[in-house]
Write a protein that binds this ligand. Structure first.
Ligand SMILES: *[C@@H]1O[C@H](CO)[C@@H](O)[C@H](O)[C@H]1NC(C)=O
Ligand SMILES: *[C@@H]1O[C@H](CO)[C@@H](O)[C@H](O)[C@H]1NC(C)=O
Length: 450
């Protein structure tokens, strides 16, 4: 049961913090341009190296404001079994394609960690990661979902969907229901996937000529899990590919030698019967191992692109150095900002990067595979306008992530970009999570947890 309590609040707070940073992009869209720009600049100036660039970069112009996209609740969700943890209908946001993008589709699966116990899933029920009652009615589409050509050169005019994450197990669990102290929890990730794909097929996905399934973090893992399912739903003549962002979670030991992440996955897999999703794999090995991208990708036949930071801050925080493994809190500052790591800690991080590259070595041989493994302290780089495609984007061989993914999708160039080790890439946007501690306070009181 490792980490149930830690994860319950902490991962959620990290996610909220991330969304708020992302929400800054939405705020840019409001009429108060100067205030909004100042907010963004402040936020970034508090970050590490982008501060100066950000000050000299004009904020996004009003004419290029990201569009707000309405929330759609799954029709007849109860009959279809497509329910969030709390029994509310699953949901998604869809914006129609236009021009040459009218018959092309991008489907993004939202992320947000996992819940691994009845207790932590109950906590989620009263958040936007467990109930559509708490989801924003409108969100802005940015990064890979942006409709602005300069910010999203290859996909801006496609039909775009963001599937909301409210099942706690990467859209892949299924149980009828679970009763706890008179409260019901629904574990219906697989049904949510099926119901939403069903609606999208009716809304035009069935006739798509080109389609890309993507997602970040737990949604990146879901992209590995559902990639071939997605391919199978679409016409044979369509070009269908999958692109996972920050979903390559490593099955590595933490710094105290414990298999923290595997034990966490084991809890999730048992709680929500996720093993049913991988019948072949679970017959060969321990079910929790089947929930790792490294294992799943071995059997995926659809062309795939893996984007991951080699120093993925989520993985460093929860796989390499979970709180339990560092009782002295010697890693506190390093976990907040890679610039605060001492030389021993950096050496450990280099080991983590090596482990990631070695886990990717088999995939790297795949002819139709693409990759972008930058040496940044980052997580989810495709749904943020700055990191996806902007003058400040991280680049490898002078290519932004958007350019790399486009080159791969359209077969313009073989794209297997692996960055040199930290700190060699001056274009990295290295997140500084020390802002999280002040935000944690307010989340703690508002969420009333831990
Ligand atoms: C059920 O409620 C009791 C009493 O409030 C509590 O001690 C127990 O932990 C709860 N069970 C679960 C699984 O949360
Ligand atoms: C890098 O790419 C940009 C366009 O994205 C181009 O203007 C610039 O000349 C390139 N730099 C080098 C060193 O190739």
């Amino acid at each position: 049961m490792a980490g149930g309590e830690i994860h319950r609040g902490e991962i959620y707070r990290l996610w909220l913090w991330w969304r708020r940073r992302w929400g800054a992009e939405r705020r840019r869209a409001t009429v108060i341009w100067l205030l909004a720009a100042a907010f963004v600049v402040l936020l970034l100036a508090a970050g590490s190296r982008v501060g100066d660039n950000a000050l000299s970069e004009p904020a996004v112009h009003p004419s290029s404001a990201p569009a707000l996209v309405e929330l759609t609740l799954v029709h007849d969700a109860e009959a279809k079994g497509a329910l969030c943890l709390d029994g509310s209908p699953a949901a998604y946001h869809l914006t129609k394609g236009f021009g040459s993008g009218s018959d092309k589709w991008i489907v993004h699966l939202e992320g947000g960690g996992w819940c691994l116990s009845l207790d932590s899933c109950s906590y989620r029920k009263s958040t936007l990661l467990g109930s559509s009652n708490y989801m924003e009615r409108q969100i802005s589409f940015v990064g890979i979902l942006s409709s602005i050509p300069s910010q999203n050169p290859d996909f801006y005019n496609w039909n775009k969907v963001k599937v909301r994450y409210c099942d706690g197990a990467s859209f892949s669990g299924y149980r009828e229901s679970e009763v706890q102290n008179g409260t019901i929890l629904f574990f219906r990730g697989q049904r949510i996937w099926e119901a939403i794909m069903g609606e999208l097929l009716q809304k035009g996905l069935a006739n798509s000529k080109q389609a890309l399934l993507t997602g970040c973090s737990a949604g990146g893992l879901a992209t590995f899990i559902h990639c071939d399912d997605f391919r199978a739903l679409l016409p044979n003549v369509a070009t269908v590919k999958c692109f996972a962002d920050a979903g390559f979670f490593l099955n590595e030991k933490d710094i105290s030698g414990k298999r923290f992440i595997q034990s966490l996955y084991s809890d999730v897999v048992q709680l929500q019967d996720v093993g049913n999703k991988f019948p072949d794999c679970v017959s060969r090995m321990e079910p929790s191992q089947c929930f790792f991208a490294e294992e799943i990708i071995k059997s995926v036949t659809t062309p795939f692109f893996i984007l991951n930071a080699a120093y993925d801050f989520w993985q460093i925080r929860y796989i390499l150095v979970p709180a339990e493994s560092d009782p002295e809190k010697a890693w506190l500052r390093c976990k907040q900002s890679i610039q605060h790591c001492d030389s021993n800690q950096l050496q450990t991080l280099q080991g983590f990067r090596n482990a990631m590259l070695s886990s990717l070595s088999e995939f790297k041989q795949k002819k139709n595979g693409g990759m972008f493994i930058d040496s940044c302290f980052a997580h989810c780089q495709s749904i943020d306008g700055y990191t996806w495609h902007s003058p400040n984007s991280p680049r490898i061989n002078n290519k932004t992530i958007a350019e790399a993914v486009g080159d791969w999708f359209f077969d313009r160039k073989e794209t297997k970009e692996i960055d040199c080790p930290y700190p060699c890439n001056p274009t990295c946007y290295n997140v500084d999570l020390s802002q999280l501690s002040s935000i944690q306070q307010s989340d703690r009181s508002s969420a009333g947890s831990n």
